[in-house]
Write a protein that binds this ligand. Structure first.
Ligand code: NAP
Length: 466
């Protein structure tokens, strides 16, 4: 390699991308220059568009990412989409290495009849909508029915159920969008059911998140004590395999089951051992399950007993998956970019210069902090590979910006994002909210200011997607 800094592009600006940037910028030999390329004008991905608005503490991690963004060798290229504005081949012209940090942007499917009927929604779109993601603002959620069902018992399902069950007073001073708050204010829901296919010991939610469901201002939490009778294998999971969260979850659920109804306006019901079989637009058919298999590997097996529940709004929250990027290998089954410890591979062989971090590397698991060791692992390999990487033929930020300008792409810098940020905070202040997010890209670009504050006009694009 030449003595110039190693030029690395990071595609995506969520936690994985920012932890990768932090680790790369800490390197002294080689020195590294990072360009973070983000499709939206705003950074932070999952922290901004995934974390629930009523969990502001989790968002304080942004302060750490801001420090990274202040580094002299860091640049943010917002409003720039790889695959639309720049191809992966072009990235390789400008960068010695590319790290994909694009997350898991779509949902797993249930594969049941009626899944696509009106009234059936994915957690992905609901969460992105209430968090103000511009691509999801056209979604319409009809909450004029009595009963909504959330399928899945992970922490995303808990977020969805909690947001549906909360009063607008509980949400009004969060950064939920004004539009979402208006829709939720009109909600006629009386019952929200968060349904799991296995038992309380196998549920994916964590105790802190579960406990919160018992603290809602105007929703009683309801658990059937019969669901908490554990089979031998489930007891072994707690006692022999020492599943600590499961033990805590069961204790919390027992306390919920023992509660009297307090006569609140809504009920948040947590049924176990049920799988969705068919959605009919106004009702959902569930099959009762039993557990089968050894401790640690118990599966839900249908018993043939069916139950039909009223359900005018179905929220599917059964896990996320990544989406492919043109020019990069993709594992369709797992929904990730295939890799070995962060080095992208194709048919088992490494693809020189391409790396992955975060959910597009390992699938949608773990908390935000999990992405730190995950990114360190990838960066360690990238830096070890650096001497043998083919040097980029045009290793210049100016060259990338010129190409993007020639295509009419209005690149948003970090300073411009700060202007958007300040405008959002100012908009929120009047309503006592931490911010009122812009939900429209052109509005964000206007707030970004700068020499070219008019809505963008895009020129030729790559990949023909737009
Ligand atoms: P998750 O934790 O993997 O949970 C997925 C849920 O869907 C599980 O209950 C799973 O049940 C169920 N499921 C999967 N396929 C199903 C099917 N065909 N029918 C019925 N149920 C099905 O995923 P997630 O909730 O999307 O969360 C993703 C990650 O983000 C997790 O690591 C989570 O902890 C994290 N997260 C954290 C927070 C927080 O810390 N506050 C908030 C949100 C998300 P089985 O177990 O039976 O497969």
């Amino acid at each position: 390699m030449t003595p110039r800094p190693l030029r690395v592009a990071i595609v995506g600006s969520g936690p994985g991308g920012f932890y990768a940037a932090e680790a790369l910028l800490a390197s002294e030999a080689p020195r590294v220059e990072v360009d973070m390329i983000e499709a939206l004008p705003a950074p932070f991905g999952l922290v901004r568009y995934g974390v629930a608005p009523d969990h502001p503490k989790i968002k304080t991690i942004i302060a750490r990412y801001e420090k990274t963004a202040e580094h002299a060798s860091f640049a943010f290229l917002g409003n720039t989409e790889v695959g639309r504005d720049l191809s992966v081949d072009e990235l390789r012209r400008f960068y010695d290495a590319v790290v994909f940090a694009s997350g898991a942007q779509t949902d797993r499917r249930l594969g049941i009849p009626g899944e696509d009927l009106p009234g059936s929604y994915t957690a992905t779109e609901f969460v992105a909508w209430y968090n103000g993601h511009p691509a999801y603002q056209d979604r319409v959620f009809d909450l004029s029915c009595d009963c909504a069902v959330v399928i899945g018992q992970g922490n995303v399902a808990v977020d969805v159920a909690r947001i549906l069950a909360k009063t607008t007073d509980e949400l009004a001073q969060t950064d939920i969008t004004a539009q979402a708050l208006d829709v939720l204010a009109e909600s006629k829901l009386r019952e929200i059911r968060m349904v799991g296919r296995r038992g309380p010991v196998q549920a994916a939610f964590t105790p802190v998140e579960l406990k919160e469901l018992g603290e809602l201002a105007d929703a009683d939490v309801v658990v059937d004590a019969r669901d908490l009778e554990l089979n031998d294998a489930s007891r072994a999971e707690i006692e022999v395999l020492k599943w600590r969260d499961a033990r805590k979850n069961v204790d919390i659920l027992r306390e919920f089951a023992a509660r009297e109804l307090a006569g609140k306006s809504r009920r948040l019901v947590i049924p176990f051992f049920r799988s969705p079989k068919e959605f009919r637009g106004h009702e959902l058919v569930l099959e009762h399950n039993a557990l089968s298999g050894e401790a640690g590997a118990q599966k839900a097996v249908g018993t043939g007993v069916l139950e039909t529940v009223a359900c005018g709004a179905l929220f599917r929250s059964v896990g996320y998956r990544g989406i492919p990027i043109a020019g990069v290998p993709f594992d369709e089954r797992a929904g990730i970019i295939p890799n070995v410890e962060g080095r992208v591979v194709q048919n088992g062989a490494p693809v020189a210069g391409l790396y992955v971090v975060g959910w597009i590397k390992r699938g949608p698991s773990g908390v935000i902090g999990t992405n730190k060791p995950d990114a360190s692992e990838t960066v360690k390999h990238l830096l070890a590979d650096a001497p043998s990487l083919a040097a980029a033929p045009e290793p210049s930020r100016e060259a990338v910006l010129e190409l993007l300008a020639s295509r009419g792409v209005r690149v948003v810098s970090y300073a411009q994002w700060r202007a958007i940020d300040a405008a959002e905070v100012a908009r929120g202040a009047a309503a006592g909210k931490p911010r009122e997010k812009f939900v429209d890209v052109d509005e964000m670009l206007s707030a970004a200011g700068g020499p070219n504050a008019a809505p963008q006009k895009r020129g030729p694009t790559v990949g023909g997607c737009k």
